[in-house]
Design a protein around this ligand. Structure first.
Ligand code: MG
Ligand code: MG
Ligand code: MG
Length: 314
């Protein structure tokens, strides 16, 4: 009997990675391909809130893809990422057959021909919403709910500059199916995700962390969304120690943490491991106390990572 195809988002999964795995696996099953959503890490609070709200189970946690059958490798579809550093551990033991993403095309390489679908929209669930329409597949209420949660999460309720008309349209349509007031629900969900009151400094330092690389420089960028920066600022010394500890252990050139205030729509970018001059090159601003204030910045992929990649290259 053939095994189901896995559908998996990135490590340190966010709501989009979880929702996309669920929604795309469901669509695959509807069109006759046996598929199972999996996840490469722990759920964050926002995602737990959204799954619970819509009565959905979390995808199965798979920490490492096992090297069991090299003759017929496990087939996998990647959603919401493509860079090898962000893939589930053991990805080389699997055969990637498809990628659906809304990030930059990174170092992606495959053994054989595959399907890829990239669109520069705010959320991969917006692309998947379009695929449901293409296939004329009805979206169940719960799945509509988790998909709209993902779009609200990635676009920060349309505040992020990554937001497109397609994202807004998808949310409006999905909200009808899910029977929710998306603005009210969206604020509730973002609030649930921004509650860091019981997080340790170690956990905060690793929050939503992704690896990026250019030449010999591999660095990490994490992000925490808050609705008030006071509580996290009180823990800054401990978070910075943990960030440096992780950087040292991972052998990274630098580690960054975006502290994003979703109400003020700005970011304090904290960092360790690199010179202040790198931040000056990247953002044209002088940092203070290992932090640079970036007004209007909310998007890692559009407003932060490209400038860091460029600064490392120069
Ligand atoms: Mg993501
Ligand atoms: Mg995404
Ligand atoms: Mg994200």
């Amino acid at each position: 009997m053939s095994r189901p195809i896995f559908v998996c988002g990135h490590k340190c999964p966010d709501t989009d990675s979880i929702a996309a795995a669920i929604a795309y696996a469901y669509l695959q099953n509807q069109i006759g391909n046996q598929a199972e959503p999996i996840r490469a890490g722990e759920l964050n609070k926002e995602t737990s809130f959204a799954l619970h709200y819509f009565g959905l189970e979390a995808p199965r946690l798979v920490e490492t893809l096992p090297a069991e059958d090299q003759a017929e490798k496990q087939k996998i579809i990647l959603v919401d990422h493509n860079e090898s550093k962000q893939c589930i551990d053991g990805i080389d033991n699997a055969q990637v057959i498809e990628v659906i993403d809304h990030h930059r095309l990174g170092d992606f390489e495959t053994e054989g021909p595959i399907s890829i679908l990239f669109r520069p929209v705010g959320c991969v669930d917006t692309i998947i919403y379009g695929l449901y329409q293409c296939h004329h597949i009805e979206i169940p209420r719960q799945i509509a709910g988790i998909m709209l949660s993902a779009i609200i999460s990635d676009t920060v309720l349309f505040r992020s500059p990554t937001t497109t008309e397609a994202d807004k349209e998808a949310v409006r349509d999905l909200a009808k199916i899910a029977e929710v007031d998306y603005e009210k629900y969206g604020m509730e969900m973002l609030k649930a995700g921004a509650d860091i009151s019981d997080y340790t400094a170690e956990k905060l330092a690793q929050n939503d962390t992704k690896e990026f690389g250019t030449g010999n420089h591999v660095f990490t960028v994490g992000q925490i969304s808050v609705m008030d920066t006071d509580p996290i600022n009180k823990k800054k010394a401990d978070i910075m120690s943990a960030l440096e500890e992780n950087r040292r252990k991972g052998g990274y050139a630098a580690s960054f943490l975006m502290v994003t205030d979703i109400l003020k729509e700005d970011t304090y970018l904290w960092y360790t491991g690199c010179e202040d001059s790198l931040l000056v090159r990247a953002f044209g601003k002088k940092p203070e106390n290992y932090s640079v204030h970036l007004p209007g910045v909310m998007s890692r992929k559009k407003q932060v990572t490209p400038f860091l990649l460029k600064a490392f290259e120069n």
